[in-house]
Design a protein around this ligand. Sequence first.
Ligand code: GRF
Length: 202
Amino acid sequence: MLRIAVFVSGRGSNLKAILVHPELTNLIKVVAVFSDKTECGAFEIAKSFGIETKVVGKGENKIAPVDLLDVLKNYNLDLIVLAGYLKLIPTDVVEYFENRIINIHPALLPSFGGKGMYGMNVHNAVFHSSAKVSGATVHFVNTEYDRGKIIAQKCVDISDVKSAEEIAERVLKIEHQLLPEVIKAFAQDKIKIEGNRVVIKS
Ligand code: GRF
């Protein structure tokens, strides 16, 4: 079983997509859910699945970012999944878990990524660019926002959309397919780094 920690900041629909995916049940175990928010939809989902929740930040009953690595080490993790987590992961954590932290981004990187590009900011930028396709990207995490190597992408036609909200809706549907697919491939040890490229073996 692949031991996973999921980092979230919001409603948690990607977390749920992982937890209910029938092909992941026998492959993974989500051992903890971390958030920078004390309360969020994702925490409610985690609790309903009996999963431990932890808050990262400054203050009482929170894990200070400088202590995060030690806490994570105690979980014996194979993979960390960022599913809508809005904060940068501390450098020591990124280095320790090199190529074992993945993030889902709701656009086709390397476009429409970087600091401040999250949630509706992304879909508004895509809408106003008049792009005809958007999609979702799962990538390895490094110390810059949305800049790690791309593992997998899925596209969606947005040539007929009338609003950024419509883009968000279409992209979210494919996020819920793509993230579990990548986690499954990771659990089956099919994700390989070959030179400068990340490949998923069939
Ligand atoms: C998703 O669009 C994800 O790609 C982005 O933040 C959103 C989180 O949604 N990074 P949810 O909390 O998983 O519903």
